[in-house]
Each structure stands twice: as C-alpha cells, then as structure tokens.
Design a protein around this ligand. Structure first.
Ligand code: GDP
Length: 545
C-alpha cells in the first residue's frame, strides 16, 4: 500500500528508506529539488509526482525530513498519522544526538527506530484495512523489547521487499566469522546456481538499450564519453553563464578591472551549481589568466577562451581516464602474471553497486573476457539473488562466459573473495567482479570489515560507486571509504545516477577534488548499456548552463 517511507536530512542525506526502487528514488529526488534545494519552495507538504502522492513532514529544529510516497489512494487514510508518529518517535529516540548536531547511524536506526516503524505501520494498515476512517493516533510509549542487532537488520531489509531467496530460511544464518560446518558450507554454496528461469525477451529489453561502445582498430571495445547536450544550440548563449562575458567584447585590451566584476558573477553562478568555493576560485583564476591583456573581438572568441580555460583546469581536477586504460591493465596482468584480474566495488547501500557491476560485466564480456561475479555482500538479504538475476540476464545476452560465485549469507566476505580467486584461477576466468556489502560510511563496524577485506586479497582495482544525487554527503562518504582501505588508495569513483544530477554536478567535481581520486566511469541510467566515461566538455556544459 505504501511504496516508500524515508528519513532524510534536508541536505539530501538519506538516513533510512524502505525502498531502493528507481521510482521511489525519483520521488526523493524531486522532493529535494523542489522543497529544499531550489531557492524557493515549489511544493506543498503533499504533492503529486507522476503516479505517486508524496507527503513529507519536517523537524525544522533538527533539519530532518520524514517522507512517504504511495500510489494506492487507501494509504492516504493513515499516512499523516504515520508521519506524525514516526516524527515524534525519531526525535524522542535520538534527541541527545540531534542536540549535539550528530546524526544517528544506520545501525542506531535499524535497531531502535525500524522495529517501532514496523509496529506502527502494521497497526495502521490493519485499521485502514478494516476501513475505520477515524484512525486514532496511538502513542508508542511502550517500546517493544529491542530486538537483537542482527534480527532487526533482517527485519529492516525484509521490509525493503528483497526478492525471496531460493533457500528458505538461510538468510537467518548470519555469522561474521568463517567457522561454518561443512554441511552449512555445502548448503550455503550457491556457486553456479543462478536462477533457472531464463529471462523473457521483454525482460531483457528492459536491461539493455543502445550502447555507445566504440571499436578501436585493434578490436578493443571501448566505452564512449558522456556527451554534452546535443539539443543545446551553441549560439544560444543568453541563457548560459557565458553571457556574463558579453560586455567584454569590443576590441579593447582587457584589464583586471574589466574582468573582476564578470568573474564575480561567474563565481556566484558556479556556487549555485554546488561547486565548492575553492574550486570556483581556481576556475575563475584560470579564466582571468587566459583573458587578461587580450583583445576579444567576437562573442564566439570570448566563449572559446573561457571554455578552454575551464577545460584545462577541470582536466587537472578530474583526471578523467579512458576505458582503454582499464583494458590495458587487465591485459597486462593476464600476460605478465597469468592470474585473474580483480575489481571490487564498494559504496553505500542503494547507490547502484550491483547495477554498475552488471554494466561493467556487460562491457567486459563485449571484450571477450571470461567473468566471475563474486557475491561478497553476504549481509543484505536478497543481495546474492539480485546478482544472480544480473548474471542470468547477462548469460542470456552474452552467453556462458559469465558465472556467479556465491557462498551464501553470513560468511566473512574476505573468506568468500579468497575462495572466488581460487575458483577463478582453476577455471580460467579473466576478471573477477566483486560485489561487497553496502555500508554507511559512519558505521564503524562495517567499515572495519572493509579494512579486513582489502587486506585479505590483492585487489587490482577498488572503485567506489557514489551516487551523484546524495549531495554533500558524497564527500564525507568518499573520505571515510578512502580511509578504510588497508594501506592503499581508492583507484577511482564510478558515479552512478548522473542522469539525475542536474544542479548537483558541482558536488561531483568537489568530491574528486577533495580526495584526489579520478572518476573512472559514470552511470547514466538503469540499463547495462548506460555506462559512460566522463567528458570534461560535458562538465563545462553543465556548469555553464
Ligand atoms: P546497490 O544496493 O548499491 O547494489 O544498488 P542497486 O544496484 O540495487 O541500485 C539501486 C537502484 O539504483 C536501482 O533501482 C537501480 O536501477 C538504480 N540505478 C543504478 N544505477 C543507476 C543510474 O546510473 N541511473 C539511474 N537513474 N538509476 C540507477
């Protein structure tokens, strides 16, 4: 009945949500833009987005927002009560932390808030089912006995509508060591057991669109760049920040005094695009350097000069790499070390790790590599099955050169990855793509296990999948992830959901600048073909719009 309940900050940090679906993600995105990110609030506390009704309630003092989204009109009978109740519960539970301007961690929320949410939702849904119109708000004074940490995690994840597991009950076996009995190991070993039902052609058409792969002379299949908006007429300059420079044309030699007021406007424009102050200063400095003492005749020539200055500075900041670099690196390991190449994806839950993994697999399969997908998210219910679905789709699209390696839930991920490497060596796989548990960057326990994971196996590449949408949280995420790797840097970002980014492009630039990690790929949609390499032209285009 209810499609989404979420607790977020006004800045766009999602603290907890019940659904990872793209439609719900879109609801949150619209809410952030329309209610909090744009200069003025464009929506009421209840509004419509496509087929969804979105309602939200703010805790103004704490900048926390409670959101519901639903399609079923019956839900409306209780959503306001649910929002009120959960608002009160949340503030009561985490009052002390919030007063100290600290946000509760995901485990705090899962252990303390989620059981109360589930209880309240069940109660209200029941009442609404019986069509009792006057839903009386009941207080949650009597707190149910706090469930154990693991139990509440399972409950929370179950409420995210994870697909059912093929092995009933196995999800309960959560252990954080690798001390499983041999029977348990056998029962939990899902290797090669991808779901039996082949996807239909209409299911496959949902996962694959037009690729923009290009073939090099040597036969390598490379991923194309993000393209600047082809619909934007380059001469239609009045709507872009380039128009600030129009007053400088006229054939005189430009002096600092001419440029400073214009560059001030450009800087303000960049800050509105969420570009950090230091970066906008650097960009404006480079423009100033390239224009000072010059005589600019036409608008086109000033635009070209500004463009080139931006390009140069942004190229240094973003250090974009090509997909060919990765292909060369894989081939070098094959040739010189004769072992499978390992690529691990890390990141917060829901950012798009498994979808990105499938996109990478699709591209690598197009280069005729044999791929082993290692399911090292042994924690989130349904994570292995979700990967199984991707592998099954890819097998239908690309043949049997891809396989799933999974050893079930509850195992230590460093143990699973070691076994995956052994399995890949024995069975001649070229590349292992490793999915890891999503973790919030401020969850000490899971971040600690990431250190152990990266220490256990030589990983050729560790890419952090980060969502373009999450705003300033990305930066904190990137710093924490970087710090949690064992004696090694992150090799790159894969920024997902760039198709939804709009105003937040500056955050992406800031993130790269601050941790000095390049953007290797960007995701531009939910299909396997929606992977691109970053183009500096695209960034300039977005920033100057
Ligand atoms: P994980 O929990 O990190 O493995 O995340 P998933 O791979 O399950 O992705 C979460 C949601 O984000 C899914 O609905 C994906 O379809 C969606 N998603 C992933 N990448 C992109 C992208 O580049 N663009 C858009 N619009 N959605 C994406």
């Amino acid at each position: 009945m209810l499609d989404l309940f979420a607790v977020t900050t006004k800045g766009g940090i999602v603290l907890w949500k019940t659904s990872d679906s793209a439609a719900c993600q879109k609801c949150l995105q619209v809410l952030f833009y329309e209610a909090f990110l744009s200069e003025r609030r464009n929506v009421e506390n209840s509004f419509h987005q496509g087929r969804f009704t979105i309602q939200f309630q703010e805790s103004i003092q704490n900048s926390i927002v409670f959101v519901v989204a639903f399609q079923d009109a019956k839900a409306e009978a209780f959503t306001q009560t649910l929002l009120n109740s959960m608002h009160n519960v949340f503030i009561n539970l985490f009052q002390e932390q919030l007063q100290k301007k600290k946000l509760p961690t995901e485990s705090d929320i899962l252990n303390n808030f989620v059981p109360l949410y589930n209880a309240k939702l069940a109660q209200l849904s029941k009442v609404s089912e019986k069509e009792k119109n006057n839903v009386q708000e009941t207080t949650l004074l009597e707190k149910p006995k706090a469930p154990s940490r693991e139990k509440s995690r399972n409950k929370a994840h179950a409420s995210r509508q994870a697909p059912p597991t093929s092995k009933k009950g196995k999800k309960e076996l959560r252990k954080w060591d690798d001390q499983l009995t041999s029977e348990e190991q056998e029962a939990l070993n899902y290797s090669g057991k991808t779901p039996d039902v082949a996807p239909t052609s209409s299911q496959l058409s949902n996962v694959i669109g037009d690729t923009n792969f290009q073939k090099t002379k040597k036969g390598d299949v490379v991923i194309g760049d993000l393209e600047a908006d082809p619909n934007q007429n380059p001469s239609a300059t009045s709507s872009t920040a380039f128009s600030f420079f129009s007053g400088l044309i006229g054939g005189k030699y430009l002096k600092e005094d001419d440029l400073d007021p214009v560059l001030k406007k450009v800087q303000e424009h960049l800050i509105q695009k969420n570009v950090a102050n230091s970066i906008s200063l650097e960009l404006c400095k480079s423009v100033k350097k390239s224009l000072i003492g010059k005589k600019v005749g036409s608008f086109e020539s000033v635009k070209q000069t500004v463009n080139a200055a931006f390009r140069e500075t942004l190229t240094q900041i973003l250090t974009p790499s090509t997909s060919l670099d990765l292909l060369h690196s894989i081939r070098a390991v094959q040739k010189n070390e004769d072992r499978p190449y390992t690529i691990s994806l890390i990141g917060v839950n829901g950012v798009g790790k498994s979808t990105t993994l499938a996109k990478l697999a699709y591209w690598l399969l197009s280069n005729n590599f044999r791929i082993l997908v290692a399911a090292c998210d042994t924690f989130r219910s349904g994570a292995i099955e979700q990967l199984g679905v991707h592998v099954r789709n890819l097998q239908s699209l690309k043949g049997s050169s891809i396989e799933l390696f999974a050893q079930g839930y509850g195992k230590d991920s460093s143990f699973v990855v070691k076994n995956a490497v052994e399995y890949a060596k024995k069975n001649n796989f070229d590349v292992i793509l490793i999915d890891t548990a999503g973790r919030r960057h401020n969850d000490q326990r899971l971040m600690g296990s990431l250190e152990k994971f990266t220490k256990a196996t030589k990983l050729d590449k560790i890419f952090q999948v980060a969502e373009a949408l999450v705003g300033t949280d990305s930066l904190a995420q990137a710093k924490h992830f970087q710090a949690s790797l064992y004696h090694r840097p992150l090799d790159g970002f894969i920024i997902s959901k760039v198709d939804t980014v709009g105003k937040l492009v500056g955050v992406m630039v800031g993130m790269v600048y601050s941790v000095r990690v390049p953007i290797v790929f960007v995701g531009v949609g939910q299909m396997y073909s929606d992977l691109r390499t970053l183009s500096v032209d695209w960034v300039v285009d977005q920033l100057m719009k």
